[in-house]
Design a protein around this ligand. Structure first.
Ligand SMILES: Nc1nc2c(ncn2[C@@H]2O[C@H](COP(=O)(O)OP(=O)(O)OP(=O)(O)O)[C@@H](O)[C@H]2O)c(=O)[nH]1
Ligand SMILES: [Mg+2]
Ligand SMILES: [Zn+2]
Length: 321
């Protein structure tokens, strides 16, 4: 075994990195100065971008005062990221940065709600592409089943199940679908991801009552969440089951995807991609495109294809990341 001590980052606040070790001890750490330089940090501006993220297993040293210093991040199994949203006043350089949301994830649990906020398949497809392009297994949880309409339910449930996704339907209010989901999550590191207000923290509290996460009401005027969860938080919930609760995301631009690769992240396109006439086909207007043919023959859903085109458009806008 390694000689250094290792632990997992469970929370990051400003420049403080909080670790938890196998015995459940919590250690507040800083990053070693030299290490910061190696990662190209300048000043405070980029301190938590692609440096160390929640979920990272790190090698650290203890200081005399009980705090610690992180020496090294151990190789990541995977990481989930997105492009940093275009912030007001951000320079062009900042706009293309990768923001790592978390690392070493076994299941990406995409949480949607039927209502409040309303189910949005375009948004779901963007989250799916982010997961697929990061090579992280994805499951879909549709929460607030107490607010659903029958016809819509069948349509979307069948679409995503037929593609091959495991789809869970839950209601925190009626306490349904909880055991099935809990069994699935057992023994894994599970990251809950989705819009503000869909019920990520509420679901986690019902699944694991010791968590006591803060939850917030939906705004009556906008039907949106209020961004109650403000930082990602990893918690061990039992044995080797971990959860990561994350803040609701307003917009999602997957990071680092080339337009000719996008089709690979729509799983139902994959088996036919080799049938396109051109191997550089972007399945947009090219002659002999197998994807377009499949859409016309109703073998691929028009809704999914629209999501594909929508994402393709975003990528074309800034290709030189
Ligand atoms: N009707 C209904 N309401 C629910 C359900 N689950 C959660 N809610 C409500 O939805 C609101 C938002 O829940 P949160 O758990 O704070 O949502 P979140 O996804 O963690 O939101 P952020 O932390 O802001 O990203 C709360 O008022 C919950 O009571 C459900 O199954 N049915
Ligand atoms: Mg929350
Ligand atoms: Zn094609």
């Amino acid at each position: 075994m390694e000689e250094f001590i290792v632990a997992r980052i469970f929370k990051i606040e400003s420049k403080d990195y909080y670790l938890t070790d196998d015995d459940g001890n919590e250690i507040r750490c800083s990053l070693r100065g030299k290490f910061k330089k190696e990662f190209g940090l300048k000043g405070d501006k980029l301190y938590n971008i692609d440096i160390a993220a929640v979920g990272d297993i790190v090698d650290y040293e203890m200081n005399k005062d009980g705090s610690g210093v992180i020496n090294k991040i151990l190789a990541r199994k995977n990481h989930l990221s997105r492009k940093v949203p275009k912030l007001k006043g951000a320079g062009t350089r900042g706009e293309r940065l990768e923001q790592v949301i978390a690392t070493n994830i076994d299941n990406l649990v995409i949480v949607m709600s039927w209502q409040l906020p309303e189910f949005n398949n375009r948004y779901l497809d963007r989250l799916l592409v982010a997961g697929e392009s990061s090579h992280i297994p994805v499951i879909i949880v549709i929460n607030k089943s107490d607010l659903r309409s029958e016809s819509e339910f069948e349509k979307w449930f069948n679409l995503y199940s037929n593609i091959g996704y495991k789809v869970f339907e839950t209601s925190v209010k009626k306490k349904t679908g909880i055991d099935e989901l809990k069994n699935f999550l057992h023994g894994s590191v599970n990251l809950f991801w989705g819009k503000s207000g869909v019920g990520k923290s509420s679901l986690l509290n019902l699944l694991y009552p010791n968590l006591n996460l803060k939850t917030g009401e939906i705004s009556a005027s906008t039907s949106k969440g209020r961004h109650t969860t403000v930082t990602s938080l990893l918690k061990k919930v039992n044995g080797n089951t971990f959860i990561i609760d994350t803040p609701g995301i307003r917009e999602i631009d997957p990071y680092g995807i080339k337009k000719e690769d996008l089709g690979h992240f729509f799983l139902e396109f994959v088996p036919i991609l080799n049938n396109c006439k051109f191997n550089t086909c972007t399945h947009y207007h090219e002659p002999g495109c197998a994807v377009i043919k499949a859409v016309n023959e109703n073998l691929i859903s028009k809704e999914r294809y629209k999501s594909y085109l929508n994402l393709l458009d975003t990528i074309e806008e800034d290709m030189n990341f």
